[in-house]
Design a binder for this molecule. Structure first.
Ligand code: CDP
Length: 208
C-alpha cells in the first residue's frame, strides 16, 4: 500500500534532514525532488552556460537519468541558483512530474520533499508538512554546510542567494512555493534537528 508524506518549504529550511530522518524512521523511500532541478541546472550550466536558453534547458529536462541524482557536484551555490532558474520553466517542471508521481505511489511508503509536492505533485498526500525557519537561520545553516564542504563563500553571499531563490520560487507562475492549505506548519527556527524530527514523526504517527 502507498503512504505519501509531502514535505515542502523554502531554501535551506531543513526539509532534507527532516525528510531523511522521517523516511528512515518509518522505513519509507525518500526523494529529494530539489535534486531533479539541480541535475537539470548543473547540466544546463555545463552545456549551455549562464544564458540558460529555455529551449535547450527543456530538451535537457527530458533526459534526466535517476543515476544523476547521486552526482556529488549538485550541492553548490551556483547549481542551486541555476536549479531555481530552470525550475521556473513550466515545460521543465512538466517533464519531471511523472518520475515524481511514480516514486510517490510505490508500495511501502514514500517521503518527497520540495516546493510543490503538497500542492501539485501529490495533492492527495496522506500527510503534508511545510517546514520553514527565519531567513537568517536558514542562511546560517546553509553557510555552515557549504563552508564545511569547503566551498568558498560568505554568510552575506549565502543570505543574498537564499533571498533571491525564495523570491524567484515564490513569485513564479508555475507551481510557486506556497504552503498547501492542509499542510502542518513546522517552524524550525528555534528547534534542534532532533526536536524537528520528533515533531514531524508525531504528526505522521497521528495520521497512520
Ligand atoms: O536544498 P534547498 O532547499 O536549498 O534547495 P533544493 O530543495 O535542492 O531546490 C533547489 C531549487 O529547485 C529550488 O530553489 C527550487 O527552485 C527548485 N525546486 C522546485 O522548484 N520544486 C521542487 N519540488 C524542488 C525544488
Amino acid at each position: 500500500m502507498s503512504f505519501i508524506v509531502a514535505i515542502d518549504g523554502p531554501a535551506a529550511a531543513g526539509k532534507g534532514t527532516v525528510s531523511k530522518a522521517v523516511a528512515e524512521h518509518f522505513g519509507f523511500a525518500h526523494l529529494d525532488t530539489g535534486l531533479l532541478y539541480r541535475v537539470v541546472g548543473r547540466a544546463a550550466l555545463a552545456s549551455i552556460g549562464p544564458s540558460l536558453d529555455p529551449e535547450r534547458v527543456i530538451a535537457l529536462s527530458t533526459d534526466v537519468n535517476p543515476e544523476d541524482l547521486h552526482r556529488t557536484d549538485l550541492r553548490t551555490a551556483a547549481v542551486a541558483q541555476a536549479a531555481s532558474k530552470v525550475a521556473a520553466i513550466p515545460e521543465v517542471r512538466a517533464n519531471l512530474v511523472a518520475f515524481q508521481r511514480e516514486f510517490a505511489n510505490r508500495s511501502g511508503g514514500a517521503v518527497l520533499d520540495g516546493r510543490d509536492i503538497g500542492t501539485v505533485i501529490c495533492p492527495d498526500a496522506d500527510v503534508k508538512l511545510f517546514v520553514t525557519a527565519s531567513t537568517e537561520r536558514r542562511a546560517e545553516r546553509r553557510y555552515k554546510e557549504l563552508a564545511e564542504r569547503g566551498e568558498e563563500t560568505s554568510y552575506e553571499g549565502v543570505l543574498a542567494d537564499v533571498i533571491a531563490r525564495d523570491k524567484r520560487d515564490s513569485e513564479r507562475e508555475s507551481a510557486p512555493l506556497v504552503a498547501s492549505e492542509d499542510a502542518h506548519l513546522l517552524d524550525t527556527s528555534e528547534m534542534t534537528i532532533a526536536e524537528a524530527v520528533a515533531e514531524a514523526i508525531a504528526i505522521i504517527d497521528a495520521k497512520r
